[in-house]
Write a protein that binds this ligand. Structure first.
Ligand code: TYM
Length: 338
């Protein structure tokens, strides 16, 4: 792939290796990325520097970072067509992150929903990194001058702040950063926990029956779907009504995302049938979607030489682009050239 002559629009996104990838990570993010490799010039990374904002077991973080890379490839991200890399292997992220911290306001950072949520959950570790997380995320994005940033609903606020930071910088120093657009999938943008449909399915929460991981065994997936919370309404029919029936709406969204069916088609398919038929059918569709991913990721994880090579090549390609932007920024803000 030759990044210098490509005229394709650019896409970039990342995932923190803070937990095993879930069905939410797949439907909200990776699946949409994999479908766009031909159309866009794509950069996807493991956001390991962001993972440090919460406490991790170091060996586990290292393993998860590599597993995530294997899972990206297993989900259909061809490393020849997409630049896949580990964030910490491209030092320009941390370098631009510092600079952008100086162009991000305390008030802006204080308003971030994720900061408020995470501080409430980790009251004993509200560190500076957690607070300035969005400036590093802005650096991740702006280094690659992307047109689109495909993310789930929960990250939209961070991409909007990135735009504000880019705008502020461009106004001060002249056109430096391209203005990125968040790119939110129509279905799967917010996959909810199967036991608590008011809370998103999170890879960082405690292991539970409410979240489905990409590497889960088929019998575990089936058990989780059979136990999924539906709704206590008396009609007990499959109808898309997110306010009244959030559990059913979540299962319908998952089913729609994995089968490509519309909500109207799903309602027709289960007409006259109770949740007892609906839930295992959704479970089976998910099992069949995840089966080839699990098998391929397991195979890749055993091939250490292949993984090392992927990391090296990805970091080289990413650094080439990232360093170009960083040099431009250094010059604009008045740092002496190296
Ligand atoms: P993270 O690691 O929390 O999540 C990765 C991506 O998956 C999406 N996602 C979901 N989508 C639908 N339903 C869910 N239940 C669900 N859970 C997660 C997220 O919206 C996200 O798109 N800050 C980012 C990582 C990051 C990043 C970036 C992303 C760092 N730098 C630059 C884009 C560009 C994060 O914590 O995502």
């Amino acid at each position: 792939m030759d990044n210098t002559t490509e005229k394709k629009k650019i896409m970039l996104s990342g995932i923190k290796p803070t937990g095993d990838l879930t069905l939410g990570s797949y439907l909200g993010a990776i699946k949409n990325w994999a479908e766009r490799a031909e159309q866009f010039d794509c950069y996807y990374f493991m956001a390991d520097l962001h993972a440090l904002t919460t406490r991790n077991d170091p060996a586990l973080l290292r393993r998860r970072t590599l597993e995530q890379l294997a899972q990206y490839v297993a989900c259909g991200l061809d490393p020849q067509k997409n630049t896949l890399f580990i964030q910490s292997h491209v030092p320009a992220h941390a370098e631009l992150g510092w600079i952008l911290n100086c162009y991000t306001m305390f008030g802006e950072l204080s308003r971030m929903t994720q900061f408020k949520d995470k501080s409430a959950k980790n009251a004993d570790n509200i560190n500076g990194g957690l607070f300035t997380y969005p400036s590093l995320m802005a650096a991740d994005i702006l280094l690659y001058q992307p047109d689109f940033v495909p993310v789930g609903d929960d990250q939209k606020q961070h991409v909007e702040l990135t735009r504000d930071i880019a705008n502020r910088f461009n106004n001060l120093y002249g056109e430096t950063f391209r203005m990125p657009e968040p790119f939110i999938p129509k279905v799967g943008a917010r996959v909810m926990d199967l036991l608590n449909p008011h809370s998103k399915m999170s890879k960082s929460d405690e292991v539970g029956n409410g979240r489905v991981c990409l590497m889960d065994a088929p019998e575990d997936i089936m058990r989780k779907f059979k136990r999924a919370v539906t709704d206590s309404d008396s009609e007990r029919c499959v109808r898309y009504a997110p306010e009244e029936k959030p559990g059913v709406a979540n299962l319908m969204s998952i089913y729609a995302a994995v089968t490509g069916k519309s909500f109207a088609e799903i309602e027709a398919e289960f007409e006259g049938q109770g949740y007892g038929v609906f839930k295992p059918t959704v479970g089976e569709a998910v099992v069949e979607t995840l089966r080839p991913i699990r098998e391929e990721a397991t195979r890749i994880m055993k091939d250490k030489a292949y993984l090392e090579n992927l990391c090296r090549e990805g970091a080289e390609r990413a650094s080439y682009i990232a360093n170009k932007t960083l040099r431009k920024v250094y010059k604009k803000v008045g740092l002496v050239a190296r």
